[in-house]
Design a protein around this ligand. Structure first.
Ligand SMILES: [Zn+2]
Length: 428
């Protein structure tokens, strides 16, 4: 058994539904006990179990906390972060499609995959739901790199058969067969899961969505990953392409909505759509940094949650400008502030960890520091920069300590990353 002694903070419940003061555990001087890949205990140091263990003394300047969960991002878009100007549909045509077309080259995919997982781990993200491109081989490369790192990843080959350059189009049959091959190879292999990944309704013919639905029927425990109602022009376009239905109905008609479906954005959903998503158990990945960058709109977090929809937080690289979940939390705070709602650090940290795991149906396994769960955790260095040190020293409470980190910390704060009891990245 291994013991880690330091400060410990972990969400353990949903602060949107329980008293935020009862939604977490915090110990100034605490222990985390790990046996193999499992957490076996968390508590105050004075209550540490008396049995022989390897002890790592971290002291009060290290905060042990669950790994971050990024519920929506695009691995191939790493190199185009900050491609500015234009809204979603202009941005896709001008920057995204040419960038994704490069992934027909396996060497390019290998290079980007290495940097991609380096960046996630550097920022303390230990679990993510990831878009690849339409390329089978490049998607395989992302799976291989995730597995090599011991990363907890859900990845899918993008499916698209219209409204994109010819180099990024496939037939529904080809899309189905290549997706199926990857799914059979990778789904539930160690920490890896597969997501059936139609890009979004506008790049899908009814036949492609039918192929995606067919896969979902064959593999009901696979994920579905797509986008919905990010931008008003996009919503209008979906109405033109599928005149008989609301946006959410398009996915529902092909059997693509259940509790393992994660749809990014949901900024402009109607009441009827929210009701349908809640009824199906479909999750929304809220990506505030991306929504601000593309000028897509302001997500109505409380209204979405009150409608019964489970929400996680995502960076949406490359419309999001950083893989940092600190920035995702900071931007989530600001997007609610301008709508007159103040989220506490407990709400934000929950969304970035346990809430994200719940959005990905992985909360029984990961997302918090609780006995029996996988040992997925971070060590954060509260002296990582002079500013973080000053802000952390002056923090008046755990709430204030977390707020300081959310608004001043960056990748330099992430000291070590552990997934399933294995050290997967270290700055020390
Ligand atoms: Zn996206």
């Amino acid at each position: 058994m291994r013991l880690f002694r330091g400060r410990i903070f972990s969400p353990i419940a949903d602060p949107f539904t329980v008293d935020p003061a009862r939604s977490y555990v915090y110990y100034d001087d605490g222990y985390l006990a790990v046996d193999g890949d499992r957490i076996t205990g968390v508590g105050a140091w004075r209550d540490v179990p008396k049995q022989s263990s390897t002890l790592t003394q971290l002291g009060p300047d290290v905060l042990i906390t669950p790994g971050f969960v990024d519920t929506h991002l695009h691995a191939p878009q790493l190199e185009m972060i900050g491609s500015y100007g234009g809204d979603l549909l202009e941005w896709l045509n001008r920057y995204t499609f040419p960038t994704e077309a490069k992934f027909s080259d396996p060497k390019h995919a290998e290079m980007v995959a290495r940097i991609f997982f380096d960046e996630l781990l550097r920022n303390g993200t230990l679990c993510a739901l990831i878009f690849s491109t339409i390329h089978e081989r490049a998607t395989g490369t992302f799976f291989e790199e995730a597995e090599r790192r011991g990363f907890r990843a859900i990845i899918g080959k993008t499916m698209m058969d219209r409204n994109a350059p010819p180099a990024l189009l496939e037939t529904p049959k080809q899309s189905y067969e290549e997706s199926r091959t990857l799914l059979q190879k990778w789904h539930k292999r160690g920490l890896i899961r597969y997501a059936i990944t139609p890009r979004f309704a506008p790049t899908s013919t009814p036949e492609l969505l039918e192929a995606a639905g067919q896969l979902k029927r064959e593999f009901p425990d696979a994920y579905v990953h797509s986008h919905i109602s990010e931008n008003r022009n996009e919503v209008q376009w979906v109405h033109d392409l599928f005149p008989e239905a609301e946006y959410a109905d398009v996915y529902d008609r092909y059997g693509l909505l259940d509790e393992r479906s994660v749809l990014a954005h949901g900024v402009h959903l109607t009441e009827e759509e929210l009701e349908l998503l809640a009824h199906r158990g479909t999750r929304i990945a809220h990506c505030p940094n991306s929504n601000l960058f593309l000028g897509s709109g302001l997500f109505k977090l409380h209204h979405t949650l009150e409608s019964g929809v489970v929400v996680g937080l995502g960076t949406d690289i490359g419309a999001g400008t950083t893989p940092s979940m600190f920035t995702a939390m900071s931007d989530a705070y600001k997007v609610q502030q301008v709508q007159g709602v103040s989220l506490t650090p407990f709400h934000l940290w929950y969304l970035a960890s346990l809430g994200g795991a719940r959005a990905l149906s992985l909360d029984a396994e990961s997302g918090s520091l609780e006995a029996g769960k996988s040992a997925d955790f971070l060590q954060l260095d509260l002296k990582s920069t002079p500013l973080v040190a000053l802000r952390s020293e002056r923090a008046s409470s755990v709430e204030d300590l977390l707020a300081g980190l959310i608004f001043t910390a960056d990748d330099r704060v992430v000291r070590e990353c552990w997934i399933a009891g294995q050290l997967v990245a270290s700055r020390t």
